[in-house]
Write a protein that binds this ligand. Structure first.
Ligand code: GUN
Length: 300
């Protein structure tokens, strides 16, 4: 069997188009422009690229982008003061503080200082609790993107066996909660899980989010399963020349694609969906702030 490829790049373009449509309507009918503030502390090159992409795509869908670049030695008090100002600013509907933060800053404290209604990352403890108890929450972008692709590919997920490999707060745990909310039978596997390959072979839906290059191989996969690869790992690629690298997922694509029914590639799978869902969350936050109907198909 050769798996169907789930094209995250094309899907993300559709999500962005829906967001743009909704933004245009908000502007035209309600004279409201959704705004997203992104805060970057320090000069991590990967974070800078990521933040630039976020800003560019925010503007492309018609929203306002506010970028705040702070020095690496910014104090906790100054960062919290900026978050207070953004919380109070009516032009800002979403706030994202790029992680990781420099070591002297307390990430939990900073994230929990964001107004939960503007927490478009879904990392605030209130949103974590709301999602965990099945209430209306802001949902973390990467798992939201995975859920959208799963629903699009499979339709109703009810009753399916889902295994999530990885227990991070950003992906693994919220992904498991979202799948549970869609009535899957969910297991979270991690580095201490016994017979992890046997467990994964029970999965109709397998989500790999561990950050270990090509850990999940074809023999871990149930024939016909839907495989979502969240990993983005840069590895050496001597075959491309000295010093060259390439991106791979947490799933060994070639062997997995022989067995799975459908699979997301890396790159071009989950990756593009993350920023698309950030834009979707910003529109959702804006609509909620103004008591307006939420965009359909852009929330969990
Ligand atoms: N760093 C890498 N991915 C993310 C993300 O989704 N949100 C934030 N805030 N920081 C990140």
């Amino acid at each position: 069997m050769t798996a169907q490829i789930i094209d995250g790049k094309a899907f993300a373009a559709k999500v962005r188009a829906k967001v743009a449509e909704h933004v245009a309507r908000l502007k035209e009918v309600h004279h409201i422009t959704p705004g997203l503030a992104v805060v970057l502390v320090g000069e991590d090159p990967a974070s800078e690229v990521y933040v630039r992409n976020k800003g560019k795509q925010t503007v492309e869908v018609g929203m306002k982008s506010f970028e705040h670049k702070l020095d690496a030695d910014t104090s906790q008090a100054d960062l919290l003061a900026l978050i207070d100002r953004l919380n109070a600013d009516p032009a800002v509907h979403g706030i994202l503080v790029q992680l990781p933060l420099p070591g002297h800053l307390n990430e939990d404290l900073v994230i929990n200082a964001i107004d939960p209604a503007k927490d478009v990352d879904g990392f605030h403890i209130s949103n974590v609790g709301l999602l965990g108890t099945g209430q209306k929450a802001m949902v973390p972008c990467t798992p939201l993107g995975c859920l959208m692709m799963l629903r699009d590919h499979l339709g109703a997920l009810s009753g399916l066996n889902a295994v999530v490999v990885g227990r991070s707060n950003i992906v693994g745990k919220p992904m498991a909660n979202l799948l549970l909310r869609d009535s899957c039978t969910v297991t979270i596997a991690h580095s201490r899980t016994k017979d992890i390959d046997t467990l994964c072979r029970t999965a109709d839906i397998l989500v790999a989010a561990v950050g270990r290059p090509e850990m999940v191989t074809g023999d871990w996969i149930k024939p016909g399963a839907t495989v979502i690869d969240v990993g983005i790992n840069r590895i050496d690629a001597p075959e491309k020349g000295p010093g060259k690298t390439r991106l791979v997922g947490d799933v060994a694509f070639d062997s997995a694609a022989q067995v799975a029914g459908a699979i997301t590639p890396v790159p071009g799978g989950v990756g593009p969906m993350t920023i698309a869902c950030l834009l979707a969350n910003t529109v959702t936050a804006c609509c909620r702030a103004h008591g307006l109907a939420e965009p359909e198909g852009l929330t969990a």
